[in-house]
Design a protein around this ligand. Structure first.
Ligand code: ATP
Length: 361
């Protein structure tokens, strides 16, 4: 496997990659090292995502039977759901090498030309965050994907000439958190698109058991369920929580993980039974206790929790919205009835009435 010179990309807030959060879905430095050891190596081992797995299995088997290179594959889904892992599995199943790079690392068409021209026949090129590639590189990619050819421009201005360069057939695996941001000409050049969903708690339990086995940690069914339930539907978070619970079990107990140990450990790290962390709870608490459940403007809410507007909007809110605890309405942020229940609070009478219209109750 090859990494490009910039290594794995680490992006901004919108990717939920704030390094100090145990429940951030993006990778941090520690993850990168451990994840390599925990990655499933083939489709059999890959937990969940039944639809994508079955479809991909057909695409790969058919290509192998034809002795051909597999079609280009686009994987879309939130961070930490297994897009990089699947791209490595595609390469392994095709018995092909893999090259890994990311959209933000390719700022000039020349960067892409250099990578493409050094690919071996059948190689898998994994392009993470493909929606963040520069425009000229994107246009070069169209031709490379379709005709296995690029035009390298030599010189500048009126004297510039295009030198056509033949490429060996390769498989592009593009990953994006936002398939909707891809220009249609790029999207159309993928032979197969797989949409990765958040994982069900049962599936995450299997991820936790599998990882515990690889890390040589003893865990029972309830312990795995406790971690899975707090992992926000994301294997990367499940693996990270497992590692922190393992630390706790080693230091405070005999190393074995059961429900009690998992719950006590995650209490120390302030990850609650639904996967909310300190920031998520602070936002909810402010919304409920200071503003009676809303509606309240984002800026006001951010000041109340002592955070930047962007942090509240991009880091805390997406999960709260997904969990049905907070709603973004034209009048401002509003807590749902479930939010009151989650924090063990009773909604004041007037707030409950005022919100009826907002929730169609
Ligand atoms: N289906 C799965 N079964 C078991 N483990 C998984 C699965 N999906 C992901 N993982 C584990 O979760 C971690 C993160 O996966 P991966 O790096 O593939 O996510 P990603 O979607 O590429 O994330 P990003 O978009 O942030 O790069 C890895 O350690 C991987 O082993």
């Amino acid at each position: 496997m090859n990494w490009d010179e910039t290594g794995p990309h680490t992006g901004g807030l919108s990717d939920e990659r704030s390094a100090d959060r145990l429940v951030a879905a993006g990778a941090d430095g520690e993850d990168t090292a451990v994840e390599a050891a925990l990655r499933p190596k083939d489709l059999e081992e890959f937990v969940g995502q039944e639809k994508v797995r079955a479809q991909l299995d057909l695409v790969l088997k058919a290509a192998r039977a034809r002795g051909a290179t597999a079609d280009h594959v686009l994987l879309s889904g939130a961070p930490g759901l297994g897009k990089t892992t699947l791209s490595m599995i595609i390469a392994a199943e095709m018995n092909a090498p893999i090259r890994i790079t990311s959209g933000p690392a390719i700022q000039h068409a020349g960067d892409l030309a250099a990578i493409l021209s050094s690919l071996q026949e059948g190689e898998v090129l994994f392009l993470d965050e493909i929606h963040r590639m520069s425009r000229p590189a994107e246009e070069m990619l169209y031709m490379a994907m379709e005709d296995f050819r690029v035009d390298v421009i030599v010189g500048k201005g009126p004297g510039a000439t295009a030198i056509p360069l033949e490429l060996p057939p390769f498989t592009l695996v593009g990953a994006t958190t936002r398939a909707g941001l891809l220009p249609p000409p790029l999207r159309d050049r993928f032979g197969f698109t797989g949409h990765m969903e958040f994982y069900a708690p049962r599936e995450l339990e299997r991820v936790v058991h599998r990882s515990a086995g690889l890390l040589d940690v003893a865990i029972d069914t309830d312990g795995a369920a406790e971690i899975a339930g707090r992992s926000r539907g994301t294997p990367r978070i499940a693996n990270r929580l497992l590692r922190r619970v393992r630390d706790y079990a080693q230091v405070r107990a005999d190393g074995r993980i059961d429900r009690e140990i998992a719950a006590a450990a995650l209490k120390v790290y302030e990850v609650d039974e639904r996967g909310l962390d300190r920031l998520d709870r602070a936002v909810l608490e402010a919304l409920l206790k200071l503003f009676g459940g809303g509606p309240v403007g984002l800026s006001t809410l951010a000041v109340a929790v002592g955070e930047e507007r962007e942090t509240v909007e991009e880091v805390a809110e997406p999960f709260l919205v997904r969990e049905g605890l907070l709603a973004r309405t034209p009048r401002g942020r509003v807590a749902t009835p479930a939010a009151w229940g989650h924090l063990g609070l009773v909604p004041p009478q007037h707030a409950a009435k005022g919100q009826q219209g907002l929730f169609g109750a």
